[in-house]
Design a protein around this ligand. Structure first.
Ligand code: ZN
Length: 238
């Protein structure tokens, strides 16, 4: 593929410019990769839920396939490194980071998720003592203030859809390229979510929900579209 220009033999490590924009609750660095000047670009973020490791591995793989000069996005492969290390959806304080944003509907009520796809949502997590109580949320909000992304793509799993309440040209294109249905709502309430936070501020946030599949299949299916986005192809649809 033309846009993937690092040979496979050299894709072992991430070689892009790195910035550390904060620390997790357990002191892990929160990293962003991208060009020196990141303002007004597309921001791609993954790993808000530590158990959705496929998103982190997929975006890291695409990042490692692209040369420094062709990267035209800001990329955060893992915004919840403690959850990733511990194998939990939440951060180290038991907070679902995607319910910790300062939105009009943020609530301190507990949040629940499904243990497995066929279980009801009954496993309990917190939403934080107050909105943006968690260092991961605070650091993300601070860097967003700085880089002011033109659009945000947040990778999750395993719903298998493209969620965009604004149905922007970009989300329509991603849906067409991936074959994943475009939806405007995930089907259950998500108070304090990153998506709601963005919507309240008029920022286009597209949630890229990977389907349930192996990492190998995710790489095969989704590398072309993500490589096109990371090398600046998203601009055609803005
Ligand atoms: Zn998720």
């Amino acid at each position: 593929m033309k846009e993937i220009d690092i040979p496979r033999q050299r894709r072992g490590i991430i070689r892009h410019k790195r910035r550390c924009f904060g620390k997790s609750r357990l002191g892990m660095p929160l990293e962003i990769f991208g060009p020196e000047k990141m303002k007004n670009m597309c921001l791609v973020i993954a790993g808000q839920h530590g158990t959705e490791v496929e998103g982190t591995i997929l975006i890291s793989s695409v990042l490692r396939s692209i040369s420094e000069k062709s990267l035209m996005c800001a990329v955060m492969p893992s915004i919840n490194p403690d959850g990733l290390a511990r194998g939990t959806r939440c951060n180290a304080a038991g907070v679902d980071l995607n319910r910790n944003f300062p939105t009009r509907d943020w609530t301190e009520d507990p949040v629940f998720y499904s243990w497995n796809n066929d279980n009801p949502q009954d496993t309990e997590l917190g939403s934080g003592k107050y909105a943006a109580s968690e260092p991961e949320t605070e650091a993300l909000l601070n860097i967003l203030e700085d880089i002011k992304p033109a659009v945000i793509i947040s990778i999750h799993a395993p719903m298998g859809c493209i969620d965009d309440p604004l149905t922007s040209n970009l989300s329509q294109w991603i849906s067409g390229e991936t074959g994943l249905p475009l939806v405007t709502d995930i089907g259950y309430p998500t108070p304090g979510s990153f998506g709601t936070w963005a919507l309240e501020r008029g920022i286009n946030l597209i949630t890229f929900e990977l389907p349930s599949d192996s990492i190998q299949n995710h790489r095969r299916k989704f590398t072309p579209v993500l490589a096109k986005i990371l090398t600046g192809g998203y601009r055609e649809f803005m």
